[in-house]
Ligand binder design. Sequence first.
Ligand code: HEC
Length: 442
Amino acid sequence: MLRASAVGLLMSVAALAATPTFNKDVLPILQKHCQGCHRPGEIAPMSLLNYAEARPWAKAMKAAVIAEKMPPWFADPKYGHFANDRRLSTEELATITAWVDAGAPEGNLKDAPLPIQFQDGWNIKPDMIIEMPKDFQVKATGTINYQNILVKAHFDEDKWVVAAEMRPGNAKVVHHMRAIVRPPGSTWLAKAVPGEAYEEGSEAMGGAKDGTDLLGKYNPGLGAQSFDVDGSAKFIPKGSDIVFNIHYTSIGTPQTDRSKVGLVFAKAPPKKRYWMSPGTPAAFNLVIPAGDSNAEVVSEVTVGVDDAKLVYIQPHMHLRGKDYEVRVTYPSGEAETIFKGKWNFDWQVGYQLAKPLAVPKGTRILTIAHYDNSANNKFNPDPGKTILWGDQNWDEMQSGFLGLVFDVNTDVSKVFKSSGPSLMPRGTSGPTLAAYEATLKK
Ligand code: HEC
C-alpha cells in the first residue's frame, strides 16, 4: 500500500520532469535488474536487450513490476538486508510506470548505455570448467530419482575458489542440481565409475558424505555464487573429485543432458574459509497432516565452533511450502529474526546477508516453516495425504543451505550440531515450536 502511494507521488513528480525514454531512462534499469535472466539462452521466455525486444512487453513490464512479480524476490523487507536484493527502487518503479504511461517512447539512441558484455552464457569468467564426461539420457515420462555422477577433476594442488556457476546442458530437464566436492579418501561413491549415474541405495553410492562441501548449485533464478566475503574462499583439497547431484524432470520426449560447473580461483591465499551447510538445519522428522492449510515445521542446529559468521541463507521446501523464517538465539539468550520470506517453489532464491552476522559457539539457529497441504493450494499434488520427508516434489523437505565463513583451519564436521526440535522423535505433526517448548517444561 505504502509503496503504491509512493509510486503515485513520484509519478506526478516524474510527470513534471521530462518524459522518460527507453534509451536514457529505462534501458539502464533493465540492464541492472532484468537482463541477467531476460536475454538469449537464459531462463526467461523473452529477451529485453533493446527497444525492439522490450517495446511489445511495455504494458506487461509495468504490470509485473507494480505487482512485485518481477524481479522475483521473496524476502520480507522488515527483516534483514541482502546484498543481492533484486527489488527496484521506488524511483526505478516510477520511471518504468511513467515511461509506459507516456506511450513507451524510444528516445535518442545516443543516450543509451553501452550494452552489457555477457561472456558465452557464463555470468562469471571461469578459470576452470568441469563437465560431465558423457550425456545423461532423460526418459520421456515417469519419475527420475536424484542422479549422482562422479567426475574426475584433476586438482593437482589445493585450490581456493572465489566464485562458482553451474550451467545446465539442457535447461528443459534439469530441475535443480548441485556440484559437491568429494575429498580424496572419501568412501562416498568410492566404487563409482566416473561419468556413470547412480541413485541413492545403489551399492556404488558407498559410505557417508563426511568432509564433503557444496561447491555450486543451480536452480532457476539463483545465478552464480560468490564465496568472497571480505577475502574468503571455498576450499578444494588436492586430489578431490566433483560429484554432480542432479534432479531431472521428464518432459514427454526423450532428452539428453551434459551439465557443467565453472570455477574462479583465488589470486591470493584467502583469509577465511567459506562453507555451505549440507541442507541443515533440517527436519527429517517432519509430518504434515493431510488437509492442513498452515502446518508448522521447525528445525534447529547449534553452532559448534568459534568465530563463525553467517553470510547466506537459502531455504528449501517443495510444492506445499508457504513461508520460512530464520531465528537466531545467541549464547546470551538474546534472540532475533534475521530472515522471513514467502516460499515460491519455482524460484528457490538464495539471500546474501549485506553484513556478515557473528554466530558465536553455542548460538542456536532455529528455522520455522509453514506448509499448505489443503486443496486450496493449487500446487498440492494430493491434499488427502499425510506428508513425510522425501526427495521427490510430492514429498516434503524443511531444509536450509546456510553459508558461513570461519578460520581456514576449522573442522567442518563440528560447525553445526542438530539440536532441539530436530532431535525429537517423529510425531503425528510438526515438530512445531510449541511441541518442542512443551518438552522443555517437563
Ligand atoms: C531471475 C530471473 C529474472 C529476472 C531478474 C527478471 N525476470 Fe522477468 N521473467 C523471468 C521468467 C523465468 C519469466 C517467465 C516465468 C514467469 O512469468 O514467472 C519472466 C516473466 C516476465 C514477464 C512476463 C510476466 C507475465 O505476467 O507473463 C515480464 C513482463 C517480465 N518477466 C519482466 C521483467 C522485468 C521488467 C524485469 C526487471 C525489472 C524482470 N522481468 C526480471 C525471469 C526473470
